[in-house]
Design a protein around this ligand. Sequence first.
Ligand code: NDP
Length: 328
Amino acid sequence: MRTARAFRIHHNANGHHAGVETLTIANPEPGEVLIRVRYSSVNYKDALAGTGTGKILRQFPLTGGIDASGTVEVSAHADFHPGDAVLVTGWGLSFDHDGGYCEYLCVPGDWLTALPPGLDLAASMTLGTAGLTAALAVHQMLLNGQEPSMGPILVTGASGGVGCIAVALLAKLGFEVAAVSGKSERKAWLQNLGAKQILARDELPTGQRPLEKAVWGGAIDNVGGAMLAQITRTLAPNGCIASIGLAGGTELHTTVMPFILRGIKLLGCNSVDVPRDLRQKLWSHLGSDWRLNLEPIRTDSIGLDRLPVIFERMLDGQTHGRVLVNPH
Ligand code: NDP
């Protein structure tokens, strides 16, 4: 038995409360692996869960954090051995299972991905769920025929975690990137990541006809709502929209016209349950031919105590890039 510091989320008759506590960590059951967590990260979903703003957790109390990387401490799974470097994102973390905001984490071994060559533990969590999701979006777009010659790819919520990694990844793969951001002060930063055009949120075309002038070859959308609806009207024939997020709303009011007359494709992206083989493939890409300069992307590094402040700032739209969490 070990004890460890953890960021715990409670919901009971007194409502939501969360903070750092000391936990007793059990040894792994058959099929499980205990990892010594080296890093986690902050995602929008972590902020929703940690503040109680969104209904993310299915049981209480739980340790927060949908991401973790570290080394295997004790293994009861045939594929993993003490000292192996591993990462885990999504699955049941901070949903119906304790998450990565703890010095130790015990998970089913089937949830783990071996750290790919080309990434260290800090790089893997600078990417984290945001990086895997951006990679999943690009992978799906490429599978569905997206090509640079079709026109610029619009990335919404571009200064956020998924957004900024998507900007850098698309630019690396030879796509022209148009970034939509509510933060005018991040223009130079987004250009440095690879965006050719930067648009304020209110600079997107506003026409409300089912089909407006086609200006974007494709899109990676982190915002949803009216912005996503507008993208469907202005996409070039056969272009793909990877639908990722809901930072601006969950509704989608559009018509079938862009789908049946321009053949556009709306690709849903779910990073939580990505099958193991595809995960390994995407992480391998992120460590090799899709490897990015993560220095400008990692904008902060914090301990567990600062999580509540970062959560509030993130939900208020004040953060940019990726925040690394060191639970020790
Ligand atoms: P971040 O908070 O890092 O980024 C979100 C960005 O969206 C903000 O930085 C901001 O960018 C923009 N934004 C925020 N509020 C609004 C608004 N009201 N209207 C328009 N734009 C807004 O979050 P993440 O990158 O972690 O996640 C982005 C979205 O994707 C979230 O909705 C999250 O839940 C979802 N997500 C989904 C996943 C999946 O598997 N489908 C996986 C990971 C995330 P700017 O200021 O530059 O405009």
